[in-house]
Design a protein around this ligand. Structure first.
Ligand code: UDP
Length: 456
């Protein structure tokens, strides 16, 4: 019996897409069982998507300890410290959870025959090696960010890691260090490569990129035709690459909650305006803009005269200019959550103001919508650079210049060109997930890999 142990990374938007991938695998391999290991908090937050998904009959969810000792007082600042505590606990923690699950009859009592894990949980690879089973590593960001992690040592050697070295070279392109990364500048690199290099998380990311060479296959949420140059280079490093994205088109959609009626609002707006003229704003599942930029963006949206939907955490509302909500009532909708993938697939949506999280970028590509990029941290800076300078389907909101960007994307000739290119990518994405498309074929190869009684 095939029993796949799945290890999630319980931070940011990592666990939900992994569970969607597992849900689709579970349908394709109904005789297999999947044990999904994740922290209780993360399992609870993705549960609404789970319970509504009939596909999860042969998937069991297990809670693992988050690594935070009882009574622990955080001092570094939550996100990074939480991640580090989880990673520190992960090897022993995950092994125990897996052994307990099997002993309790999980996976129908069958030994684990394959390990599938978020690449950030690289100890999953060690577990697979101990068990002598295949390890499938799932990289949930862009291909070029994996390349940056892989070449971290080389980049540090050439650039240096002293703040003054990094500052002096911030506009230099990486082409002399790694030709495959030529579109990116030193300042596009995520924190942890040449800045803030100490700590468990940056070390883990670097080791993860190296360790993934031992993976039987690396799965990517991307599609052939979007990141070809980077994929070609990665093929020289890793065993087997399987592109099975964009997840938002290919996998069963996580429940698209729409408690604030955004889609209905957009349908009504569409009847009154030309297609591709509504702005959609979101900075992901947990980030917010710095307060002065909230005000700047609000003023730009108000001055633009465009209709817009803004997904904004309730806590950030206090930073909106006085009277903004009243003045824009009817043409603007500000909500704490929107069904983003569907909003971006709507014909009325014409611009996406985004932090460039990888899921957001791919959902925008899948909808053929140009982006206004305001990256905040981690890989978002590299993603934004790819949007503006590799695919040329967006513009950078440098210094909070949202007004200029909105008129360029929604009304300018350049915006039309960006939309044309974005729509062409959308068509390529649709072909990739269609019958006989590259993502569909790679997904078939993944099912085969998981189902075979392959031994190391
Ligand atoms: N999202 C959504 N509605 C919102 C805000 C976010 O559906 O109002 C979803 C979005 O569609 C995407 C995910 O949350 O799938 C955000 O993922 P991303 O990788 O872009 O950013 P992160 O949340 O990891 O910063």
């Amino acid at each position: 019996m095939v029993h796949v142990a799945v290890f999630a990374f319980p931070f940011g938007t990592h666990a939900a897409p992994l569970l969607s991938l597992v849900a689709k695998l579970a349908v394709e391999a109904p005789a297999a069982t999947f044990s999904f290991f994740n922290t209780a908090k993360s399992n609870a937050s993705i549960a609404p998507a789970v319970v509504s998904c009939e596909a999860l009959r042969n998937v069991d969810l297990y809670d693992v300890w988050d690594g935070v000792p009882e009574g622990y007082a955080f001092d570094q600042g939550r996100p990074r410290e939480e991640i580090e505590l989880f990673l520190k606990a992960a090897p022993g923690n995950l092994r125990r959870a897996m052994e307990d699950a099997v002993a309790a009859g999980g996976g129908s009592g069958n030994a684990v025959t394959c390990v599938l894990g978020d690449a950030f949980v690289s100890s999953a690879g060690d577990l697979a090696e101990e068990l002598g089973v295949p390890w499938v590593s799932v990289w949930t960001s862009a291909t070029f960010s994996l390349l940056a992690h892989f070449y971290t040592e080389k980049i540090r050697r050439v650039i240096g890691v002293r703040p003054e070295d990094v500052l002096a070279k911030r506009d230099e392109r990486l082409e002399f260090i790694i030709p495959a990364l030529s579109p990116f500048r030193v300042r596009d690199l995520m924190d942890g490569i040449v800045t803030n290099v100490d700590g468990i998380f940056p070390r883990m990311l670097q080791q993860m990129a190296e360790k993934s060479r031992r993976a039987t296959a690396v799965v990517f949420n991307t599609f052939d035709g979007l990141e070809s140059t980077f994929l070609d280079h990665l093929r020289t490093i890793y065993h087997k690459l399987l592109t099975v994205g964009p997840f938002s088109l290919f996998l069963p959609p996580p429940s698209q909650r729409d408690p604030h009626g955004c889609l209905e609002w957009l349908d009504a707006a569409a009847a009154a305006v030309r297609p591709a003229s509504v702005g959609y704003v979101s900075f992901g599942s947990f980030l917010s803009l710095p307060p002065p930029e909230v005000a700047a963006l609000a003023e730009a949206l108000e001055a633009s005269g465009a209709r817009f939907v803004w997904s904004m955490k309730d806590a950030a509302r206090v930073h909106l200019p006085d009277g903004f909500l009243e003045r824009t009532k009817g043409r603007g909708l500000v909500v704490p959550w929107a069904p983003q993938a569907a909003m971006l697939a709507h014909a009325a949506t014409g611009a996406f103001v985004t932090h460039c999280g990888w899921n957001s970028v791919l959902e925008s590509v899948a909808g053929g919508v140009p982006m206004i990029c305001r990256p905040i941290f981690v890989d978002q800076t590299m993603n934004a650079r790819a949007v503006t300078d590799v695919w040329r389907i967006g513009v950078a909101a440098e210094g909070g210049a949202f007004g200029k960007c909105l008129s360029l994307v929604l009304d300018g000739e350049e915006g039309k060109e960006m939309r044309r290119r974005a729509v062409a990518l959308k068509e390529t994405a649709r072909s990739a997930v269609g019958d006989g498309g590259s993502s569909s074929k790679n997904f078939g190869a993944l099912v085969e890999l998981l189902s075979s009684r392959w031994k190391r």
